[in-house]
Every structure is written in structure tokens, then in C-alpha cells.
Design a protein around this ligand. Structure first.
Ligand code: SAM
Length: 243
């Protein structure tokens, strides 16, 4: 891995990035869900529905929802009857997830703290691996992709939902103003935390484009890799298959 990595628009050491990302999510955990609705006008719910429809969880399957945070993807998949392990590096995000699961009466989820780069699960343990709005926060992305490949069974599916780069002219400019000027202000208003939301927006800009990220998934050993843009690529679903 290179000596420095991006933390938003800043270059920091890998250790510093992991620590700073940890601080961001520890700070935003309690307000994370309300901010998602505010920032996306509720659209993140539709993207997550579409993502889970692509995963097609089956009742007999075991699925790892990595960087699962407060549980949005895991809850949708659990409703389809799959056995879900929700993993995240951040205990504050997992705590909110546990509380939300209890409130919603969703049972049978396993919550476990894990770093996506160094999973403690056995080889070939899962039928599918999902990661939504998580991978861009991971310090060593190739390591996380290799770990995803390792813990999947043969025939296992990898799915990633992440912000990307919209290719629609005009929309890109509006989005730029919205994300750089308005989102940090919303963060200030709703979560009293402008800095964390500035990081979240900057991290979107530093994330590899759809083609590059698709290639990275292939480099980790997956085949039939795909990138499916949503809203011209503002958000994308990447997938791959382990054989
Ligand atoms: N998947 C959830 C969703 O879609 O609402 C949460 C996404 S949240 C934007 C990103 C999550 O990635 C945070 O909960 C953060 O703690 C987690 N994360 C960051 N780095 C990680 C790592 N190295 N391993 C596991 N989780 C990580």
C-alpha cells in the first residue's frame, strides 16, 4: 500500500485514515439515519431497495453485510429470510444497528465488529457479500476486496453500492454545488457536525470511477464483474462472481 492515502481531500498515513474515519462514524452514528434521509431526499431508500433486489437473498443463504453500520441493507435482506451477519469496524454504528433491529422486531441477525481488510471469518463461509456506502471509507480497498473473495463460497456473489461519478452533463455541476456547499450545512444544522459531512462528500470525489473500481474487483479474483450506474453514475452497483 502507498505511504499516504486520501482522507477526503487531504493525504494522510494509512493508520491516520483508519483512525479519522473511526472518529467520523463515532460522531455521526446517532444522527446517521436522519442525515441520510435529509441529504438524499429519501432517495437512499430506493437505491438500497434496488441493491437488495439485485442481490436476491434466498432463505437458505448466509450473507455478510460488510460495513453494515446501522443495518439498512441487513434488515432488507433479513426480511427475505436469509441469515445475515452485519459487520462493521465501528462499535457505535453497530450499537445503533442493534437497537434499530430490536425496535423493528427483526430477529436472527448476527452483529460483529470486523475490519473489512482483515476479516476473522473462515474461508468460503458466505453465499454473498454486500457492502453499501462502505468501501470508500476503507483504507486499503484492494485488501478488503481480497478478503471478500476469500470468505465467499465458490459461486458466491459480491455486491457493492457506492457513490460514483455522474456522467450526465449539467447534473454534475448542480450536484457539485449541492454536495460541497449544502451537505456540510445540513450536517451542521441536523447533526451539529459540518466537518464529518465535508469528509463524506470529499471521500466520494476521491473514490475511483466506475471503470477503475470494476477493474479492482477483477484484480481481487472476481469474474463477470459489472458496473450498473444509477442516475447517470451518481450511485453505482458493482458486482462480481467467485468461481
Ligand atoms: N452500509 C450502511 C448503510 O448503507 O447505511 C452504512 C454505511 S456508512 C456510510 C459506512 C460504514 O463503513 C460505517 O459504519 C463505517 O464504520 C464503516 N467502515 C469504515 N471503514 C471500515 C472498515 N475498514 N471495515 C469495516 N467497516 C468500515
Amino acid at each position: 500500500m502507498s505511504e499516504t492515502v486520501s482522507f477526503g481531500y487531504a493525504e494522510v498515513s494509512p493508520e491516520e485514515k483508519t483512525q479519522k474515519v473511526g472518529e467520523v462514524f463515532a460522531r455521526v452514528a446517532r444522527r446517521y439515519d436522519i442525515m441520510n434521509d435529509a441529504m438524499s431526499g429519501g432517495m437512499h431508500r430506493l437505491w438500497k431497495d434496488r441493491f437488495v433486489a439485485r442481490v436476491k437473498p434466498q432463505p437458505h443463504e448466509t450473507i455478510l453485510d460488510m460495513a453494515g453500520g446501522t443495518g439498512d441493507i441487513a434488515f432488507r435482506m433479513a426480511r427475505k429470510g436469509a441469515a445475515i451477519t452485519v459487520s462493521d469496524i465501528n462499535p457505535a454504528m453497530l450499537d445503533v444497528g442493534r437497537q434499530r433491529a430490536a425496535k423493528k422486531g427483526i430477529e436472527g441477525l448476527t452483529f460483529i465488529e470486523q475490519n473489512a481488510e482483515t476479516l476473522t471469518f473462515a474461508d468460503k463461509a458466505f453465499d454473498a457479500y454486500t457492502i453499501a456506502f462502505g468501501i470508500r471509507n476503507v483504507t486499503d480497498i484492494p485488501a478488503a476486496l481480497r478478503e471478500a473473495h476469500r470468505v465467499l463460497k465458490r459461486g458466491g456473489r459480491f455486491f457493492c453500492l457506492e457513490f460514483s461519478t455522474t456522467l450526465w452533463p449539467g447534473f454534475a455541476d448542480i450536484y457539485d454545488v449541492y454536495s460541497h456547499r449544502i451537505v456540510p450545512k445540513l450536517g451542521k444544522m441536523i447533526a451539529d457536525d459540518e466537518e464529518s459531512y465535508r469528509y463524506l462528500i470529499e471521500s466520494i470525489r476521491r473514490f475511483p470511477d466506475m471503470g477503475r473500481f470494476k477493474a479492482m474487483i477483477g484484480e481481487a479474483g472476481f469474474i463477470q464483474t459489472k458496473a450498473e450506474p444509477i442516475l447517470g453514475g451518481l450511485v453505482a452497483i458493482h458486482s462480481g462472481w467467485k468461481i
